[in-house]
Write a protein that binds this ligand. Structure first.
Ligand code: NAD
Length: 462
């Protein structure tokens, strides 16, 4: 049994991806458990784990062109983005986490009870980890999951999205060639309801880390309750981009457009709500709309393509439907709505004005190139933050300003896992995750690797 994976532009089947079911999940969990109990993996010295991860990073870098082509074929993203962001980021993530393998130390603890004590903590790998990733950044997301888990000494079962499994499958070849011990890394392909659900419910899995929709995140939480699996969830977002009156409008325009149109808006942290001070509103919205209209859509393999297709016909229809709902509810379409030439699941970059808080385009994650632009009149940071925080999500926030104290004060008031001021991107060292319904826990940085460990306290009467 299998399902077809698609090239989204032009739309054509690329091949059949095996559909794993409960027996495959059993086999993967068995192999991972055996690795956790084997001297080859659980007894491996931290420096040796670091070397393996660095070798994997080198192999990925050496094959970066091939990985980029696979990613573009399967996901549709521009080849340039695949090569110089997604694959490059995966390489850096592996190297960054390789560095942590030798630094997972506990502490010595001073106890105050009767007697003489030597007490300390150990950081031990959490065990068998199921890792489920979505289709919007397939390899970068897989690397963000497997690198800290393997650095911490966990055994991994990766489940890529059924729409985009090719780079994960190719990565599994590299991992096998490099010589990770048997069972340290396992790959299960197939859809979420079958392969994913078999893993999240499995009693032999100690932890689930998931990136995907808030809706599926809830299902995973329930499934994990059976044996109290540890859970890290990276879910949806509705990131606000706030332009204060002193911002540099040219930079804010460029940054706001990039925040929503990169990867055709299929980014959890996409800046989908733009709040501009009224003195700059018309200039900034017009500038972003102009960029939207000028973006060249096409196959990710065409050198002049700036935006590829969205992942599927269903996603295209969903995004277009949101725009229609917004317009029907009274919003104005300042850009978008144009027909896009060429075969593929294309959606024209769109900018809506005149939206209100009750509209679906303002409340729900669209996961497409659709921006809602609003103006605000006052300079009271509490009121600005309250508007930006008026969402169930809390993944990211972006502020454009040259006012240093406004930047710091607003950063404290925004309910978001990451606040970026005047640009900035992802970094494997910077913790990433959500407040509110955007998730549980953090990936990246020290917190990202700690999430793959259990703390053990040891107290010795001496
Ligand atoms: P999705 O939740 O439908 O699927 C994500 C993954 O979960 C896929 O591998 C899928 O097969 C699997 N899955 C689906 N149902 C499952 C189930 N019942 N049990 C176990 N696994 C299951 O999400 P999607 O549509 O592929 O991706 C888009 C979503 O991902 C958006 O909501 C976006 O915000 C989110 N996302 C979040 C982040 C982040 O870091 N916070 C990053 C990227 C994407």
């Amino acid at each position: 049994r299998g399902s077809t994976t698609f090239d989204p532009a032009p739309t054509r089947g690329l091949g059949e991806i095996p559909q794993a079911g409960p027996p495959d999940a059993d086999a993967a969990v068995g192999a991972a458990r055996a690795a956790m109990e084997s001297p080859e993996w659980s007894g491996m010295k931290p420096a040796a784990r670091a070397r393996l991860l660095n070798r994997l990073a080198d192999a990925l870098e050496a094959n970066a062109d091939e990985f980029a082509a696979l990613e573009t074929l399967d996901n549709g993203m521009p080849l340039r983005d695949a090569r110089f962001f997604h694959i490059a980021h995966a390489v850096e993530t592996l190297r960054y986490n390789a560095g942590w393998a030798t630094k997972l130390n506990g502490e010595t603890i001073a106890l105050s009870g009767m007697g003489d004590w030597h007490a300390y903590t150990l950081r031990e790998p959490v065990g068998v980890v199921a890792q489920i990733v979505p289709w919007n950044a397939p390899l970068a997301m897989a690397a963000a999951k497997i690198a800290p888990a393997l650095a911490a000494g966990c055994a991994v079962i990766l489940k890529p999205a059924e729409e985009t499994s090719l780079t994960a499958l190719r990565l599994a070849h590299l991992i096998a060639e490099i010589g990770f011990p048997d069972g340290a890394f396992n790959l299960l392909t197939g859809d979420g309801e079958t392969a994913g659900a078999a893993l999240t419910a499995h009693p032999g899995v100690d932890k689930v880390t998931f990136t995907g929709s808030t809706e599926v995140g809830r299902l995973i939480l329930r499934a994990a309750a059976g044996n109290f699996k540890r859970v890290t969830l990276e879910l949806g977002g509705k990131t606000p981009v706030i332009v204060l009156p002193d911002a540099d409008p040219a930079k804010a325009i460029e940054g706001a457009a990039r925040a929503i149109f990169t990867n055709a808006g299929q980014v959890c942290n996409a800046g989908s709500r733009l709040f501009v001070h009224e003195t700059l509103h018309d200039e900034v919205v017009e500038g972003v709309a102009r960029i939207a209209e000028s973006i060249k859509l096409g196959s990710g393999f065409d050198a002049d393509t700036q935006m590829g297709p969205v992942i599927s016909a269903a996603q295209r229809d969903r995004v277009r439907d949101y725009v229609r709902q917004g317009v029907d509810a009274g919003a104005a379409l300042r850009a978008g709505g144009r027909a896009v030439e060429g075969e593929g699941y294309f959606v024209a970059p769109s900018v809506l004005t005149g939206t209100t808080e009750d509209m679906s385009v303002r409340r729900e994650e669209i996961f497409g190139p659709v921006l809602c632009a609003m103006s605000f009149a006052d300079e009271d940071l509490d009121r600005i933050a309250a508007q930006a925080n008026a969402t169930d999500y809390g993944l990211g926030a972006v502020v454009w300003t040259n006012n240093l104290s406004a930047a710091h004060r607003l950063a404290r008031k925004l309910k978001a896992g990451t606040v970026r001021v005047n640009g900035g991107g992802l970094d494997p060292a910077l913790p990433f995750g959500g407040f509110k319904q955007s998730g549980w826990g953090r990936e990246n940085g020290r917190e990202g690797i700690d999430a793959y460990t259990e703390t053990k306290a040891v107290a010795i009467a001496i």
